[in-house]
Design a binder for this molecule. Structure first.
Ligand SMILES: Nc1ncnc2c1ncn2[C@@H]1O[C@H](COP(=O)(O)OP(=O)(O)OP(=O)(O)O)[C@@H](O)[C@H]1O
Ligand SMILES: [Mg+2]
Length: 459
């Protein structure tokens, strides 16, 4: 696997190389367009000075040309007989055509620098060839010459070139080193830490520490990652608790069934006790059956959260049906019931919402002492449809309220298993309501009663 570090290094080098190439090409274009004519004019002026001085002082001409060459020029002098003299360092290529020489001897100046052909990878400025010169005619003691001149760039800029090349090279080198170092500190290290953190989480260790102070993308990633790890930890804890609770809930009735079944084997058992034991076994089996049904409901709700089969139906008719089913419990406890149900059509899963009302009304009946009252109201509030199930029971302690919807949570009064409570009813309610994009809330006053409010979207 190629590491990120390797890729960053490679990418930086490629970037530097490509940008240098572009820089070189653009500078070359600049030389051809702007600097070339300027350079040509400068050299023309210089060669003009040489011409003037040499024609005025023919006896000094040669030494003047020699010392000029020593100052950083390459000079070529030729006469009409083809007699050639070179001053200064030699030209790399002597490619001046005869026609050009004849033209200068005839009195026409030569502008080889200005007319140097445009080539992308050759900078005319440094091309040390005879055709890349400026030439003018020169007359010494009635003898006609052609004088050509170009700068001796290695002599003029030798050290300067090395100096600038050093600056450029070192700049590039340091930029690359610093960039790679910064990348390593700000990018690669945090990603390494995140990778280590994922490995820890995969091993079930959630005590991760990430740099959360950064406000950039890496910082955000770290924050989201930490949130996710807390979420995973919580989910894992809930799962473990759930499994422990389920085993416990199944274990206790099974143990009691086992105990009473063993007791039933005794021949000496009086008939009334036999009946009592059998009824306990019956009760416990019923409880186990209810528990498995509730667990199945929960797991199927967990698995198919998005595929709800929805339709529009009358809420009033459904709530009336629930009340009808609960009639036996209501009359047994002599509870009075008040219904405030206008005709409301809601859009949702009919079977699941039936379970919501059933669980809430069953709780109200179960946790309200005999002789009191229960109210069921439904109404439209804005874009929501709200259902209130209010009882006049003893109420719930405030500290218990946050846990009411947790799986297997049972209040003190419901802990007694003979009451047939498993503590799953409200978690099923909440799950179904959430699947309908709704909310369920509870308010309770000790000694006065409890109200569950289900709010569902209504269009
Ligand atoms: N209307 C209510 N008044 C007082 N306490 C209530 C009421 N509804 C629920 N509770 C409390 O909330 C707890 C959880 O309710 P939930 O319906 O989830 O479980 P349950 O009724 O105990 O068992 P089941 O799974 O059979 O419904 C109950 O044990 C009870 O203590
Ligand atoms: Mg219940």
């Amino acid at each position: 696997m190629k590491s990120l570090y390797y890729r960053v290094c490679l990418l930086t080098l490629v970037t530097v190389f490509v940008s240098s190439l572009f820089a070189f090409l653009l500078s070359n274009v600049y030389y051809h367009v702007k600097l070339k004519p300027f350079n040509d004019a400068k050299l023309t002026k210089m060669v003009g000075n040489l011409q003037q001085f040499s024609e005025l002082h023919p006896e000094w001409a040669e030494s003047y040309l020699k010392s000029s060459a020593a100052l950083g020029y390459e000079i070529y002098l030729v006469d009409d007989q083809g007699d050639e003299r070179f001053f200064g360092n030699p030209f790399r290529e002597k490619d001046l055509s005869k026609a050009d020489i004849t033209q200068v001897l005839a009195g026409e100046p030569y502008h080889g620098v200005a007319n140097f052909p445009n080539k992308p990878f050759i900078t005319g400025f440094f091309d040390n060839r005879l055709s890349n010169t400026v030439g003018i005619p020169l007359q010494i003691n009635d003898h006609q010459y052609a004088l050509f001149l170009r700068p001796d760039t290695p002599l003029q800029f030798g050290e300067l070139r090395i100096f600038f090349a050093m600056i450029m090279l070192l700049t590039v080198l340091f930029s690359i080193l610093i960039f790679i170092h910064i990348c390593a500190i700000y990018l690669i290290k945090p990603i390494h830490r995140l990778t280590e953190a994922t490995k820890r989480i995969a091993k079930g260790r959630y005590d991760i520490e990430l740099p959360l102070k950064r406000t950039d993308e890496i910082g955000q990633l770290a924050v989201h990652f930490t949130t996710m790890s807390h979420e995973v930890e919580r989910a894992e804890r809930v799962r473990q608790e759930f499994v422990a609770n389920v085993s416990h809930e199944i274990q206790s009735p099974l143990a009691s069934i086992q105990g009473f079944a063993t007791a039933l084997k005794q021949d000496t058992l009086p008939p009334h006790e036999r009946i009592h034991y059998l009824s306990i076994i019956e009760q416990e089996s019923r409880r186990l059956s209810l528990l498995s049904k509730q667990l199945l409901t929960l797991s199927s709700l967990d698995q198919t959260p998005h595929a709800l089969l929805k339709k529009s139906f009358s809420l009033r008719a459904q709530l009336r049906q629930v009340v009808q089913v609960m009639t036996w419990g209501l009359t047994e406890k002599e509870l009075s019931l008040r219904l405030e149900l206008p005709e409301i059509f809601i859009y949702g899963n009919e079977v699941l919402l039936y379970q919501v009302w059933m669980n809430l009304v069953a709780n109200a009946v179960k946790y309200t002492p005999a002789g009191r009252s229960i109210t069921i109201q439904a109404r439209i509030e804005g874009a929501r449809c709200k259902v209130y199930v209010t009882d006049t029971g003893d109420g719930i302690v405030e500290t218990e309220l946050p846990f009411l919807f947790d799986r297997f949570y049972r209040g003190d009064r419901a802990r007694d298993r003979t009451a047939g409570s498993s503590g799953l009813g409200l978690s099923i309610v909440q799950k179904i309501v959430h699947l309908h994009e709704g909310t369920v809330e509870v308010t309770s006053t000790l000694g006065e009663g409890t109200t569950f409010i289900v709010s569902l979207p209504h269009s």
